[in-house]
Write a protein that binds this ligand. Structure first.
Ligand SMILES: Nc1ncnc2c1ncn2[C@@H]1O[C@H](COP(=O)(O)OP(=O)(O)OP(=O)(O)O)[C@@H](O)[C@H]1O
Ligand SMILES: [Mg+2]
Length: 255
């Protein structure tokens, strides 16, 4: 499958334990570069856990143990020498509920740049505008850049958070149910945005909504009970799954 040839993220025999509870079982997965990969599967199957492993967000929790590894462009992100802040600049993340900072629209988007020590007004102005344009929010935000981000609607806030994630030009964007808290029109905007961004970034999206996975992704991974059951092109997986478990899930024959 040509979409899978150039892999940016390689999940290698990854198991994850929360205390004694095993949430991921020996997951192996190649994630293609500059494509959209969707993780689907029943609630509690480990989609968010796996997504969080890709930028080491689980490191923030106590009592988490990880076996196996994940490679980003052939570098082991769990190696002792791995630089986690640098990893998080390369792998951005957006959560289910929009979480803008209680700052202006402009400062939300400029945040990652300021952390990198970029404070020159002209550079910030240019990069903030570019990110807001890419996130399809510029037209709605350009006359209120210095208003509080908290005054935006939740759909606008989610696009703002995506703009905040992309200002620093990550290579990989992780989206955990980015539209599930949004109304249908905002959901459509987020889906359009994902389609726009797919040529520039590698996007990995967790979604409960199978129609959404079918609409936005190139590759789909079906997980169940902490295991990867099947990964393939979205069209193949939806029309001709190779595993019975996948078929049962897609046809709703699943508890
Ligand atoms: N911080 C945590 N501490 C302990 N157990 C956790 C933690 N986070 C997740 N789990 C458990 O790990 C398993 C996988 O959870 P995860 O959130 O990855 O599933 P999910 O597929 O994203 O589910 P959903 O679709 O409901 O978001 C679940 O059994 C969950 O209860
Ligand atoms: Mg989840």
């Amino acid at each position: 499958m040509s979409a899978m040839n150039d892999c940016i993220v390689k999940v290698d025999n990854l198991s994850l334990f929360y205390g004694t509870k095993r949430a991921l079982y020996k997951v192996n997965m190649d994630i293609p570069r500059q494509r959209v990969t969707a993780f689907i599967g029943p609630s509690g199957c480990g989609k968010s856990s796996l997504l969080r492993c890709i930028n080491r967000l689980n490191d923030l929790l106590d009592d988490v143990k990880i076996d196996g590894s994940i490679f980003l462009d052939h570098q082991d992100i769990y190696a002792k020498s791995s630089n986690v802040p640098a990893l998080r600049r390369r792998v951005g993340m957006v959560f289910q509920r929009p979480n803008p900072f209680p700052k202006s629209i402009y400062e939300n988007v400029a945040y990652g740049l300021r952390i990198q020590g970029i404070n020159q007004r002209k550079t910030l102005d240019e990069k903030v505008e570019l990110a807001l344009r890419k996130a399809a929010l510029w037209d709605e935000a350009k006359d209120r850049l210095h208003d509080s981000a908290l005054k935006l609607s939740s759909g606008q806030q989610q696009r703002l958070v995506i703009a905040r994630a992309i200002t620093i030009e990550p290579e990989v964007l992780l989206l955990d149910e980015p539209a599930s808290a949004l109304d249908p029109i905002s959901t459509l905007k987020i889906e359009e945005l994902i389609s726009e961004l797919r040529n520039q970034y590698t996007i990995i999206i967790v979604t409960h909504n199978m129609q959404q996975a079918a609409r936005v992704s190139d590759v789909t991974a079906f997980m169940n009970k902490g295991e990867l059951i099947e990964i393939g092109t979205t069209s193949q997986l939806f029309t001709n799954p190779s595993k019975k478990q996948t078929e049962d899930y897609l046809t709703g024959r699943y508890s």
